[in-house]
Ligand binder design. Structure first.
Ligand SMILES: N[C@@H](CCC(=O)N[C@@H](CS)C(=O)NCC(=O)O)C(=O)O
Length: 209
């Protein structure tokens, strides 16, 4: 019997990245929607993720937090979905997934908070500067149709989510290469389905608030 898969999320969060990945795998899962500042900080959930943040998944006895790790875990655990990298894709797959989880996330967050690395201190910052990150990301999404090569992988769920959210919220520079990449990676039934589920959940939460 397959193991129980539980998804902890809030529809107004990065949980949407994990939802998209779950829908890409096509495996059944149950969802627990948590409220910021209440159930997300309650002992039951802190036992799952001591950070008190979403998303998280529990698969049997295995807990995975961090969107990038959830994407990679699901791709490897459900290889029939075809979203894990081939040996040829593996380098770019991990390179850009980690780049998005580290330098990109940090640069975008700091910029949104009004901080950019002083030019004489960029050596100390893992992401260098916001400009370095934007230019590098533009090259990464332009050399091949997908981030790891010629086909869609779990790395596109993660990197594509960052780029789509960044363009949507205005935290990423508006560049044609970013918009083209988002159009390529989001043109998928699982993306539409995941968003429809979260939009519905979000409206239900807002109605009951
Ligand atoms: N590094 C984490 C970030 C998770 C995160 O920051 N989630 C936010 C929502 S987008 C959250 O749960 N915030 C609630 C809080 O910090 O109280 C990941 O990639 O999964």
């Amino acid at each position: 019997m397959s193991e129980q898969l539980t998804f902890y999320t809030n529809p107004m969060s990065r949980g949407r990245i994990a939802r998209w990945m779950l829908e890409e795998t096509g495996v059944p899962y149950t969802t627990e929607i948590l409220a910021f500042e209440s159930s997300m900080k309650a002992p039951d959930y802190l036992a799952v993720n001591p950070m008190g943040k979403v998303p998280a998944i529990r698969h049997g006895k295995t807990v995975v937090t961090e969107c990038a790790a959830i994407c990679a875990y699901l791709a490897e655990t459900f290889p029939e979905a075809g979203l894990a990298p081939t040996p040829e894709e593996r380098g770019s797959y991990y390179r850009w997934m980690f780049f998005a989880a580290g330098p990109l996330e940090a640069a975008v967050t700091n910029k949104a908070l009004g901080f950019d690395t002083p030019a004489d201190k960029s050596r100390m910052a893992g992401y260098g500067s916001f400009a370095d990150v934007m230019n590098t990301l533009e090259k990464a999404v332009s050399v091949s149709p997908f981030i790891a090569g010629n086909r869609f992988t779990a790395a596109d769920v993660y990197v594509g989510s960052h780029v789509a959210w960044g363009l949507g919220f205005g935290t990423l520079e508006k560049r044609q290469a970013f918009a083209d990449y988002v159009a390529r990676v989001t043109d998928r039934p699982a993306y539409a389905k995941a968003n429809a589920i979260d939009e519905k959940a979000m409206k239900a939460m807002q109605k009951s608030a």
